[in-house]
Design a protein around this ligand. Structure first.
Ligand SMILES: Nc1ncnc2c1ncn2[C@@H]1O[C@H](COP(=O)(O)OP(=O)(O)OP(=O)(O)O)[C@@H](O)[C@H]1O
Length: 272
């Protein structure tokens, strides 16, 4: 009997981009149940683009993407919605509803997507708020909580449907060192408690390396490195070391790449 679990996400030779612009080429990756995986790379390297491909907002230009065993290129309408419902997504801004209190914000997906009773909603929401340390803040208005607390409410909302996969877009951005450490630990414990997998986009090497199982580093339009934090830290690769140490000079470029679209725009401007 083969007891290996199936991957939740598989990219096989994937190219991604917008129109004629290809951002990433030849991406192979796998996310297994129980794993926390970091997608890292410089600004504009394509991390958010990768996340959009996982949610099915962006189709592969080449190669194949499977999520929960489903070929994303073949899904739309109701089957695509069903796949998305198995994911929790935590966007950078968090986007809480300011006219609802903490409890109602977290209850929102349950009211939208399930038919469970008010009593069950109450228990489920309090349980998730407990997990992020905010059970006793359930009654507060969004204007009454801090930015760091708002992130945790957004996290509780992202997990309230008990997803099999959670996607985090820069969960550490703008957090003070303590909130940052708490958020990182929460991502790890949420993943372990729910038995799901988590993918996080981040620039934060120290914090993410302390909690993730796998790191994918993208740059120069491709996958530059992949491995455990320990493997990557031990690598002698110049690009990787520049990224990990945050050095300004090295093979990582600062300039946005030249594209035919820019050349056409400039030619038109000059001709005007
Ligand atoms: N909707 C879009 N249409 C066209 N180009 C886009 C679109 N979204 C992103 N891009 C381009 O794709 C490239 C990758 O962008 P992406 O947002 O994935 O980068 P990122 O790694 O998440 O960056 P950052 O860390 O700065 O948020 C950039 O060059 C960007 O200009």
């Amino acid at each position: 009997m083969n007891s290996d679990p199936d991957p939740l996400v598989t990219f096989d030779g994937v190219s991604l981009g917008y129109g004629e612009f290809t951002v990433l080429r030849g991406i192979d990756l796998q996310v297994m149940p129980g794993q926390v995986v970091a997608m890292m790379g410089g600004s504009g390297s394509g991390k958010t683009t990768l996340l959009r491909a996982v949610t099915g907002q962006l189709a592969a230009q080449k190669g194949s993407i499977h999520v929960f065993g489903e070929d994303m290129a073949r899904l739309d309408g109701e089957p695509l919605r069903a796949v998305r419902q198995r994911m929790g997504v935590l966007f950078q801004a968090g986007a809480l509803f300011t006219d609802l209190n903490v409890f109602e914000n977290v209850a929102f997906p349950l009211r939208e997507h399930t038919h469970i009773s008010e009593q069950q909603i109450l228990e489920r929401v309090l349980d998730k708020l407990q997990a992020v340390g905010l059970r006793h803040a359930a009654h507060l208005r969004i204007s009454e909580i801090s930015g760091g607390m708002a992130r945790r409410v957004a996290l509780a909302r992202a997990i309230v449907l008990e997803p099999e996969l959670i996607l985090y877009d820069e969960p550490f951005a703008g957090l003070d060192p303590i909130s940052l450490g708490i958020t990182a630990q929460l991502i790890r414990t949420m993943t372990d408690q729910l038995g799901c997998a988590s993918i996080l986009i981040t620039h934060d090497v120290a914090e993410s390396f302390s909690i993730v199982d796998q790191v994918y580093l993208i740059g120069q339009g491709r996958l530059m490195a992949h491995g455990t934090p320990k493997e990557l830290s031990a690598s002698q690769d110049e690009y990787l070391q520049q990224f990990l140490q945050g050095r300004p000079d090295g093979p990582i470029g600062f300039h946005y790449p030249l594209t035919p679209a820019f050349e056409r725009w400039l030619a038109a401007r000059r001709a005007a």
